[in-house]
Write a protein that binds this ligand. Structure first.
Ligand code: GDP
Ligand code: IMO
Ligand code: MG
Length: 430
């Protein structure tokens, strides 16, 4: 059955939104399966730039249905303002088009306050979260005291659950973090208001997608974050609190493995990371300025959600091979190749060195990465602007060599090469 899963292979911001937008043209539905509004997915159509945080990027295509699965955590305030913004941009969002799982969990003002308090308490060891309340909301889910969307359908139960939740949060804020308590009653009124607006969108997403797939419809599962931010498979503890990897799509939508067709890994032509944590191929100075950009272009490496400058570095094939393994990636989409134009030399990390050993894949997953030295293969760069390239033959020889080197090192075909942010800026390979 035709479920395609789109996953980020790095630390997020690989250009997943851009690739989802390409594939959504041929899909019937797009579904978000993990994370929350810590995500920021950019879709550029002509002079319109859409930045989506919770609603699947495929919504930009008028024919596509949109789903938000049980694996997602939802801040109702940001959901409603995103719906409004998208509607204002001329895109239809209504309960016959957007369906949100009853089993998705809510992010509240309490989770936001706890995220801030926990980050402050970590001091130098802070994770650099997006402060969107993600960790605390998933903590409540795992602790079996979370607020699922289904509660919004029953006001009495919802009010009782909210009161208990905010009181627990206040205990933590005051006793553990010496922070001010939240004013509970106005918050309850606020969240009951959100429930009225969100109730019509609540649905059995697992059942609806299963039905669509059984009817031969093509569904795209849109990953948020990236493999190296996965709670289990990422650079723990510098990770998010969900499962962005491909199996997370099945868990987070309520589907079985037999429905998967392709697993498409999105890889930036270099490496970026926002927030703290190891980054073996990180670069600084002039090279970093080139990769990051000044901030003048919409695609420069500054966070879509937080505006923070992203850390940048050379593409790390050791971590890419690892991502291919843990996701079961069947094909890759390479983005932002255009940004590499203008370098005399381009480096690719092909192995890690520690003592006398060389590693093709990190021996204990992406942990203790600081103990390895990246081994680089240095390739000749190219000067040409490549944004207008539409066929493989249009690319400079050295750019083709760069792509072939990645493919050979990973043994997975690169089927799409993105050479600019717009829909048309792509080379599709057979
Ligand atoms: P996501 O979180 O994985 O969806 O990625 P983001 O949207 O946060 O960041 C990717 C940025 O790069 C966005 O501004 C995209 O518009 C932009 N982008 C995507 N592909 C390309 C590309 O091939 N070239 C350029 N120049 N920009 C791109
Ligand atoms: P998209 O979907 C990049 C990072 C944060 C932080 C860590 C934990 O746009 O690729 P959290 O708020 O989730 O508890 O923060 O994860 N992070 C992202 N980095 N892109 C994202 O999403 C991210 N979502 C979370 O910067 O390091
Ligand atoms: Mg992003």
């Amino acid at each position: 059955m035709p479920l395609d899963i789109i996953v980020g292979t790095q630390w997020g911001d690989e250009g997943k939104g851009r690739i989802v937008d390409l594939l959504a043209a041929e899909a019937d539905a797009v579904a978000r399966y993990s994370g929350g509004d810590n995500a920021g997915h950019t879709v550029t159509v002509g002079d319109q730039i859409f930045k989506l945080h919770l609603i699947p990027s495929g919504v930009v295509h008028p024919h596509a249905q949109a789903f938000i699965g049980n694996g997602v955590v939802i801040n109702p305030a940001t959901l409603l303002s995103e719906i409004e913004q998208i509607q204002q941009a001329g895109i239809e969002v209504h309960p016959q088009r957007l369906f949100i799982s009853y089993a998705a969990h809510l992010i509240t003002a309490g989770h936001l306050a706890l995220d801030r308090a926990q980050e402050a308490a970590r001091g130098k060891a802070k994770i650099g979260t997006t402060l969107r309340g993600i960790g605390p909301a998933y903590t409540d889910k795992v602790a079996r005291r979370g607020l699922r969307l289904e509660l919004m359908r029953d006001e009495k139960r919802f009010v009782a659950a909210l009161r208990e939740h905010f009181e627990t949060v206040n205990q933590l804020l005051q006793r553990l973090y010496q922070e001010e308590a939240l004013d509970v009653e106005p918050l309850i009124t606020e969240y009951v208001g959100y429930a009225q607006a969100i109730k019509p969108y609540i649905a059995d997403v697992s059942a609806l997608i299963a039905e669509a797939l059984a009817g031969g419809k093509r569904v795209l599962a849109e990953g948020a974050q990236g493999t190296l931010l996965d709670l289990d498979h990422g650079t723990y503890p510098f990770v998010t609190s969900s499962y962005p990897t491909a199996p997370g799509a099945l868990l987070g939508l309520g589907l079985g493995a037999a429905c998967v067709d392709r697993v498409i890994g999105v890889t930036k032509a270099f490496q970026t990371r926002v927030g703290a944590g190891p980054f073996p191929t990180e670069v600084f100075d002039q090279t970093a300025n080139h990769l990051r950009g000044s901030g003048a272009n919409p695609w420069d490496e500054f966070g879509t959600t937080t505006g923070r400058p992203r850390r940048v570095g050379w593409l790390d094939l050791v971590l890419l091979r690892y991502a291919i393994r843990v996701n079961g990636i069947s094909e890759l989409a390479l983005t932002k190749l255009d940004i590499l134009s203008g370098f005399n030399e381009i480096k690719l990390c092909v192995a890690y060195q520690a003592d006398d050993h060389s590693y093709q894949i990190p021996p204990f997953g992406p942990t203790e990465l600081d103990s390895f030295k990246p081994v680089y293969q240095v390739l000749a760069g190219w000067k040409e602007e490549i944004r207008s390239c539409r066929r493989w033959e249009d690319l400079p020889l050295n750019a083709r060599q760069y792509i072939r080197t990645i493919e050979e090192a990973c043994q997975v075909p690169i089927k799409r090469i993105s050479v600019g942010p717009e829909r048309k800026d792509v080379i599709v390979l057979a």
